[in-house]
Design a protein around this ligand. Sequence first.
Ligand SMILES: O=C(O)C(=O)CO
Length: 324
Amino acid sequence: MLHLINRLKTPLLSFGGTRTISQLINMEKPCILATTFGAHGGINKCFAPVVEKHFTIIPYETFLPHQKNLSEQVVVNGGVGVDHLDIPMINSFGVKVCNTPHVVDNATADLGMGLMLASARKIVEGHHYSLTHNNEDLPESSMGVDVSGATLGIIGMGRIGYKVARRAQPFDMKIFYHNRNRRKEEERAVGAMYCANMEDLLQQSDFVMVVVNLSPATQKLIGAKELAMMKPTSTLINISRGLVVDQDALVEALQKKVIRAAALDVTYPEPLPIGHPLAALPNVIILPHMGTHSVETTQIMVGKMVTNALAVLGGNQPPDEVKV
Ligand SMILES: O=C(O)C(=O)CO
């Protein structure tokens, strides 16, 4: 327990906040930390023993029944994406919503690169092969494709998309990006080329990485038509939200080898049910939404969550309120 408290204390202090674990311990008012599956669930598992002493941690899905019993509340989302929260509804109860922007960028971009490399070089298959075969020649199917020098298309040049581009640069990748607005400064910094038309990016990229927020405009942004525009040798990587990709269309595209492979940190639903058709495919890597799931990032994220919660409970404006 003590080591968990120490881990929690560090981010609280390193964020320049004046609050310490002792102030947390003295807090009497209840608070909600909304959690969901994946990285958010990870917060639950790693930090619940400490946080639960002072806050009520509940899944967002059960928010409504709980809200009636609590006098002062805040929903703090671990992570940046708040597409799963009905913010106007929550606000209508006088409850603020906060998230943890910025802290997720590096970890999520790292994972995107990891998925790209793992899929390109068949790292997961190689691991399983090593465990199950002895001194046999590698099958032809274990042959990967190069990342170095390949073309990467980034859909969504926000903070995470930009971090992905920065990581791709030393791999000598040719970088295309598509974004609602052209980002000239970022473009220059990483030598990326803007595709006003997503079609151009899809047609030219060896790796297409999806990094957009989920919104009505981006739901099923990548469907059968878009997959058909991609090269048959290309790989789709999704580190944004499962619903941005039409999953049925993706299953069909992977089955028919319309594209080479997919690597997904996100799916719908999450977790993906056992026996889902995606899981039966040899050319897909599926992760359980682990974008921010590292010790350091989780520590910082929990620190930010607590800082936001304490601000609201202390009657102050939280630093990361999400406004719609
Ligand atoms: O920050 C978020 O919302 C994420 O899902 C990161 O993976």
